[in-house]
Structure formats: C-alpha cells, structure tokens
Design a protein around this ligand. Structure first.
Ligand code: SF4
Ligand code: SF4
Length: 185
C-alpha cells in the first residue's frame, strides 16, 4: 500500500480549523441567561406536602434503599397527637440527600410509595465545600402554598390517613390553623 506523504496530515488538520472558522459560534451566556431545561430533567429533589401543609414523607426509607449511590439518609419517627408532621403514624424526622454522591438516576422517586419525593428542574447546586452539598429538610421541603399551614398540626378534622391519599383534603381548615398557633406558643 503506498504511503501518504508526511505533509498531508498537518494540512488535513488545518483544514478542520479552517472549516470551523466559518461556523456560527455557540456561546452560553450562563449565568446571565439561563436556558430552561427539559421538563424531564432530573434536578434537585423536593419533599412534597399535602394540600393542608402536612408532609407526604412517612419516613419509610424505601428511597434510601433504592439509591445505588447511597446518597440518601432517612430517620423516621412517630407522629403524636401533640406534634404531627404527616397524616398517619410516621414521618421523616431526618432527611438528607448528599449531592456529592447523587447521580440523578431517579430510582429514589420511583421507589417512594407516597409521591413524597420528586425531582425539580433546579440544577444550580454548585458550592465550594462538601458540607453544604448535603441537603436537609430545610432545603428539600416544598414551599407552603396558599391554603397550607406549616406543621406540626393535626390532620383535617374528621379525616383519616386514607382521605389524604384519595385527595379528599384540599386545604387546611381554620381548626388546624388554631391548633398550629396553640402548638407554637
Ligand atoms: S437520583 Fe439516584 S443517585 Fe440521586 S438520590 Fe435518587 S436514587 Fe440516589
Ligand atoms: S421520601 Fe418516600 S420513600 Fe423516602 S422515606 Fe419518605 S415516603 Fe419513604
């Protein structure tokens, strides 16, 4: 097979450079201009609430067991009548996600039986130290929307845990608001 002359290869390299000079540059102007992600993008997690503000997490740890990167740590605890954070027996007292480990696979949200855990499109989670990349409930809990009251407070009067999962509770009642104010005194 005849050998390629030695001067051809550098010329071919310059050819690639030359052809690129006439292409439109792709310049990302982040962070001044933020391009929206795809709706399916797996960003920061969120711990969701019921419509009256009680937390959906029941502290079952299934998300932690499903995580292939061992990025989730959960400690459940019992609700009491004096201090209730979720409908039913248990709630997630401690909830941590280590974003130094998380690979964004979404297996945790598939494993969650109550749809307490979902993922948002928020990707701005860079930091300059390890400790701040371990997110706890204060940064994972969904914000309180209209009609919600911050727990602890009792369940909606006259309802059971099942009513919450059937979607029968649509907002907090005035009695729950009164009880919440009593508990915070
Ligand atoms: S997205 Fe994947 S890696 Fe990240 S916490 Fe969930 S299961 Fe673990
Ligand atoms: S987020 Fe879901 S799977 Fe994880 S502990 Fe809470 S209820 Fe269980």
């Amino acid at each position: 097979m005849p050998k390629t002359p030695r001067f051809i290869e550098p010329l071919a390299g310059f050819g690639v450079t030359f052809s690129t000079m006439f292409k439109k540059p792709i310049t990302e102007r982040y962070p001044e201009e933020k391009v929206p992600t795809s709706p399916q993008y797996h960003g920061r997690h969120q711990l969701n609430r019921h419509p009256d503000g009680l937390e959906k997490c029941i502290g079952c740890e299934l998300c932690a067991w499903a995580c292939p990167a061992d990025a989730i740590y959960v400690e459940g605890a019992d609700n009491t009548e004096a201090e209730r954070y979720s409908p039913g027996e248990r709630y997630g007292r401690v909830y941590q996600i280590n974003y130094l480990r998380c690979i964004g696979c979404g297996l945790c949200i598939e494993a969650c039986p109550t749809r307490a855990l979902t993922m948002t499109n928020d990707y701005e989670m860079a930091d300059d130290n390890r400790a701040d990349l371990i997110y706890e409930k204060d940064r994972l809990l969904a914000p309180l929307n209209d009609g919600m009251i911050a727990p602890p407070h009792p369940m909606y009067p006259g309802t059971t845990e099942d009513d919450y999962y059937r979607g029968s509770v649509t907002e907090a009642s005035p009695q729950q608001g009164d009880a919440s104010r009593e508990e915070s005194r």
